[in-house]
Design a protein around this ligand. Structure first.
Ligand code: SF4
Length: 434
C-alpha cells in the first residue's frame, strides 16, 4: 500500500453527539500527526475526506449515502483523491456498500479509529485518546461515558451496530473532563446510549450518581447536563444528586417512546405505563422546576387509533418541556422487523404532526410562564442583532434559545443574568439585568 502524503483531511460528521465525539477523537489524532483538519463544510481544500456516518433509521441512512455519493462525485471529477467512510452505516452495511460504491477507498466500523488513522499512514496515539479536537463552541463539550447498549428495544438497531455496553473508567472520564475544562469548557454534557446503565458492566452496579458527584467535586464546570437516561431501573439516588449539586442542571432527558402497555411491552422497553407515570411524578416531586425532555415513536406496528390517543392524552397531562417525535422506521436485524410495518406512512406522518401540535401549545404555555423571570444564560453565539444563549433548562441544538438584544459587547461563552420579556413556542426573548 503506497502511503500518500497528506497535509489536510476533511472530517464530515453525521448523526448524534456520540458520533461527534468519535470524530473529535479522530481529529485529535490527526492534529497530533500535524495534519490540518477541516470539519464538515469548513472553507479550504483537503485531498482526503473521511465521512463519519449515521445508520440507525431510514432518514439517517439516506442522508449518509447521499453524502458519500456527493464526495464520490468530487473524486470522479478529480477534485479530491481519497474518500473513507466510517461510523454506524459503514459498520452495519459494509459488504453491500463495498459492492454498491466501490469508489470508496475503504469502509471502517464504529470502534475502528486506530485503523482509520493507520490507513492514512499516520501514527495512532492510544495514550492521547483524551486529546479531542473540539468541534462544539469551546465553552461546552460532550463527554461520552460509555459505548454500546445492553438493552433490547425491539425497534432499535443500535445494539447491533455499537455492540454491548462498555463503561469507561471513572479515572479516564475525570482526566478527560479536566482536559476539557483546560480547553475552556464550562458546560459538560454526559452522553452514551443509556446513561443509567453506567457501571453495570465494570462495577456491577449503577454508578452514574457517583460519577456525577465525582465530576461535580472537580468544581470545574458551571453546568453538568445529563442526556439519554432510561426509564426502567432508574437510579433514584441520581435525583438527590441533581437536587443537591447546583452545578448539575435541573434537566432530565429521558426518551419514553410510548405509554400504551401493549406497545411498551412489544417495544421491549421493560417498563409499564404505570411505572412510567410514577417515574415522571417522582421527577416532579423531587425536582420541582426541572425541565423534562423526552421522545416518542408513532406508527409502531399495529398501533391503533385508540393506542395513539392514549399517547396524545399522556402528553397533554404530562406537559413535558420538550418532546421529540419520530415515525417508526422498519429496521433490519431488529426484533420489530418480524412484525408487519402496517401503519401507512401518511398515517405515521399525521400522528407525528398531531403530537407535535399538542407539544407546541404546551411549550408555548411553559415558555410564557418564564416571562418576567430572570435566568443565568450561557451565550453560544451572536446572530444578526441578537446574542443567542441558553438557560440550564436548554441543551445545545435541540432545545429553546434565549435571544438578547444588547449594545454592549457581550462575550460568547460567558454567563449573563437575563430577564425574559417575551416568549414563543421555541425561543425566549430577554434583556440583561444590571
Ligand atoms: S436504550 Fe433502547 S433505544 Fe436506546 S440505544 Fe439502547 S436499544 Fe436503542
Amino acid at each position: 500500500m503506497i502511503m500518500k502524503s497528506r497535509q489536510s483531511i476533511r472530517v464530515i460528521t453525521l448523526g448524534c453527539a456520540k458520533n461527534l465525539v468519535d470524530s473529535e477523537v479522530l481529529m485529535g489524532q490527526l492534529k497530533l500527526n500535524n495534519i490540518k483538519v477541516l470539519r464538515d463544510d469548513d472553507k479550504g481544500h483537503a485531498d482526503t475526506v473521511v465521512i463519519n456516518t449515521c445508520g440507525f433509521i431510514n432518514d439517517a441512512k439516506e442522508e449518509s449515502i447521499d453524502m458519500i455519493l456527493s464526495y464520490i462525485d468530487q473524486k470522479r471529477k478529480g477534485r479530491i483523491r481519497d474518500v473513507y467512510v466510517m461510523g454506524c452505516l459503514s459498520e452495519r452495511f459494509r459488504e453491500p456498500l463495498m459492492k454498491e460504491i466501490p469508489e470508496v477507498d475503504e469502509f471502517f466500523g464504529v470502534n475502528d479509529l486506530a485503523n482509520v488513522v493507520k490507513r492514512m499512514g499516520l501514527e495512532f496515539r492510544q495514550n492521547l485518546l483524551g486529546e479531542r479536537y473540539l468541534t462544539t463552541p469551546s465553552h461546552y463539550a460532550y463527554l461520552k461515558i460509555a459505548e454500546g447498549c445492553n438493552r433490547s428495544c425491539s425497534f432499535c438497531a443500535i445494539p447491533g451496530i455499537r455492540g454491548k455496553h462498555i463503561s469507561r473508567t471513572p479515572e479516564d472520564l475525570i482526566s478527560e473532563a479536566r482536559n476539557l475544562s483546560g480547553q475552556g469548557v464550562k458546560e459538560l454534557l454526559l452522553i452514551s446510549q443509556d446513561l443509567t446503565f453506567y457501571g453495570m458492566d465494570r462495577l456491577k452496579k449503577q454508578a452514574l450518581p457517583e460519577l456525577v458527584e465525582q465530576l461535580s467535586d472537580l468544581d470545574l464546570f458551571k453546568w453538568i447536563r445529563l442526556h439519554y437516561l432510561y426509564p426502567s431501573t432508574f437510579p433514584e439516588r441520581l435525583l438527590a444528586v441533581i437536587n443537591e449539586r447546583k452545578d448539575v442542571c435541573n434537566y432530565i432527558d429521558i426518551p419514553l417512546q410510548h405509554i400504551n402497555d401493549r406497545i411498551l411491552s412489544s417495544m421491549r422497553r421493560g417498563v409499564s405505563s404505570k411505572e412510567t407515570r410514577d417515574l415522571i411524578a417522582k421527577f416532579r416531586n423531587s425536582l420541582p422546576g426541572a425541565a423534562i425532555r423526552t421522545a416518542f415513536i408513532v406508527g409502531y406496528p399495529g398501533e391503533t387509533e385508540q393506542e395513539f390517543r392514549e399517547l396524545e392524552d399522556f402528553i397533554r397531562e404530562s406537559r413535558f418541556d420538550r418532546a421529540g417525535v419520530f415515525t417508526y422506521s422498519h429496521e433490519e436485524n431488529t426484533a420489530a422487523f418480524g412484525l408487519e410495518d402496517n401503519i401507512p406512512e401518511e398515517v405515521k406522518q399525521e400522528r407525528a404532526s398531531r403530537l407535535m401540535e399538542i407539544q407546541m401549545d404546551i411549550s408555548l404555555d411553559l415558555n410564557l410562564e418564564k416571562v418576567g423571570k430572570t435566568y443565568a444564560v450561557l451565550l453560544d453565539r451572536k446572530e444578526g442583532e441578537y446574542f443567542v444563549g441558553r438557560t440550564e433548562y436548554d441543551s445545545p441544538e435541540i432545545d429553546n434559545e434565549v435571544l438578547i438584544k444588547s449594545a454592549s459587547n457581550l462575550k460568547i461563552g460567558e454567563f449573563y443574568n437575563v430577564k425574559i420579556n417575551e416568549a414563543d413556542a421555541f425561543d425566549l426573548y430577554g434583556s440583561l439585568t444590571e
